[in-house]
Design a protein around this ligand. Structure first.
Ligand code: ZN
Length: 134
């Protein structure tokens, strides 16, 4: 695995949180993107070589809506950049991690993504992401 690519934070109100994180990081978000399949609207901030991804639900049945209901706002996942997502999935499965989606899916920010179950990673939802078209 390479660096931490981004940290995903679940928020209730994307506009309000964009304002908050602009104050916190001293920079505007550089993009907003809706991922229809996940029922989520995201915005991205740069923080040095890493990013912060804010996630708000667009659908009350989406995983983010359920997360907010259960746990409230806060850190939702940590994403690690990988060069070969399929090789990493095989490696991590062999190491005993539970993979939530074995076939990488298209996530936000032009990435292929795979999630590991938090139960197999000390309660942390781990995202692997590989830039598309590298
Ligand atoms: Zn993410």
């Amino acid at each position: 695995m390479n660096k931490i690519e981004h940290i995903g934070i679940a928020v209730k109100d994307l506009n309000a949180s964009n304002t908050l994180f602009k104050k916190l990081l001293g920079t505007e978000h550089y993009k907003t993107e809706e991922v229809l399949s996940e029922g989520v609207r995201t915005s991205f901030f740069k923080s040095g070589p890493n990013k912060v991804e804010l996630l708000a639900a667009t659908d009350p049945e989406s995983p983010i809506a359920k997360f907010l209901e259960k746990k409230g706002e806060g850190i939702h996942h940590i994403a690690f950049a990988v060069d070969d997502i399929e090789a990493e999935v095989s490696r991590l499965k062999a190491e005993g991690f539970t993979v939530l989606n074995e076939t990488p899916k298209k996530g936000a920010d032009n990435k292929l993504v795979v999630f590991l179950h938090p139960k197999s990673a000390n309660g942390v939802l781990v995202e692997l992401c590989q830039e598309i078209g590298e």
